[in-house]
Write a protein that binds this ligand. Structure first.
Ligand code: NAD
Length: 306
């Protein structure tokens, strides 16, 4: 990856104008994966976060995602190098001005996303597509604070982005058809298979997964089985590649809890009532892999601070 703000390509660098540019907002689990995927597809990518420390973490996330693909034999080392060279890092939204696609992957919080989209709109080119990677929030609500909601669309990638072939495409109530088609082409260009969902909380996938994961946490909370037996039961009984508690650790317990609260808010159906254990773990900052502890413990990644 190129250096942070100071070392990014200058305005006169031909790469800024020739290749299509993607600006990714938020360099956490998903933003770094989306950035890596777009870079592999040959886009010039700017990966943004809110502080130097978080930009550094985003860099490491990208490198780890690409390294994993190389280790699994899915990616040539030369393609890894090329992808890293396609990504620049930035703090703040300023550089979104030259992007054709802006993909927002900030935390799952409606007010935060609403504010961010108004800020993004103020900076981005008027023709840029503004996509959100929300897992559960209605696109129409996220777009309600922008002047032109016609260019806001949901583009829901899956975790880990490089390994997961699906993207859910969600047009908001005001999204223009050409924006939907441009977003679809972008996802296909990134090698993904697209399914379309109506704009209801949790769309098709998250709605189902949230219930499945929450049920596993309730079983752990009630002492129905150990964490290992719950995970083994789902894996061997349903042929799931990961157990639900392992998956929650991968997703992030804070994100999973936000999603359940959004589904509860949207449907007022008790099937979305988050297990108190999930809430306690989030309060205790046991968020899963990203904090090193969730339902299981994770040693720090090589090169990670402290
Ligand atoms: P995360 O917590 O790993 O990363 C979020 C990043 O956004 C952090 O690096 C944070 O510093 C940054 N951020 C916070 N405020 C910001 C701001 N104002 N501007 C820019 N960046 C800001 O979260 P994540 O798991 O990557 O989730 C991001 C989005 O993707 C959420 O909407 C989530 O629902 C969705 N999503 C998550 C998963 C998953 O498995 N984790 C899967 C699909 C979709």
């Amino acid at each position: 990856m190129e250096g942070s703000d100071a070392a990014a390509p200058s305005e006169s660098d031909p790469r800024r104008s020739v290749r299509k540019r993607v600006f990714v907002v938020g360099g956490g689990i998903m933003g770094s994966g989306i950035a890596a995927q777009a870079a592999l597809a040959g886009y010039a990518v700017t990966l943004e976060d809110i502080s130097e420390e978080l930009v550094e973490r985003a860099r490491r996330n990208v490198e780890q995602a690409l390294d994993g693909a190389v280790r699994r034999g899915k990616l040539a080392p030369s393609a890894r190098e090329e992808a890293i060279g396609n990504i620049e890092a930035a703090i703040g939204l300023r550089r979104a001005d030259t992007a054709q696609f802006v993909v927002e992957a900030a935390p799952e919080n409606l007010e935060l996303k609403r504010t961010l989209f108004a800020e993004i709109e103020a900076v981005a080119s008027p023709t840029a597509i503004l996509a959100t990677n929300t897992s559960s929030l209605p696109i129409t609500s996220i777009a309600s604070g922008v002047k032109d909601p016609g260019r806001v669309v949901g583009l829901h990638f899956f975790n880990p982005v490089l390994a997961m072939p699906l993207v859910e495409l969600i047009p908001g109530a005001r999204t223009r058809p050409e924006v939907v088609e441009a977003a679809r082409s972008f996802a296909v260009d990134l090698g993904k298979t697209v399914v379309t969902s109506r704009d209801t909380p949790g769309f098709v996938t998250t709605r189902a997964l949230a219930v499945l994961g929450n049920e596993a946490v309730w079983m752990l909370y009630e002492g129905t089985a150990t964490r290992e037996d719950i995970d083994t039961a789902y894996k061997l009984g349903f042929r799931h590649p990961m157990g639900p508690l392992e998956l929650l650790d991968l997703v992030g317990l804070d994100t999973a809890l936000s999603i359940l609260d959004i589904l509860w808010e949207g449907f007022k159906d008790t099937k979305y009532r988050a297990c108190p254990l999930l809430r306690t773990m989030v309060s205790a900052k046991k968020l899963g892999r990203k904090t090193g502890e969730g339902f299981y413990s994770y040693p720090p990644a090589p090169g990670a601070p402290g």
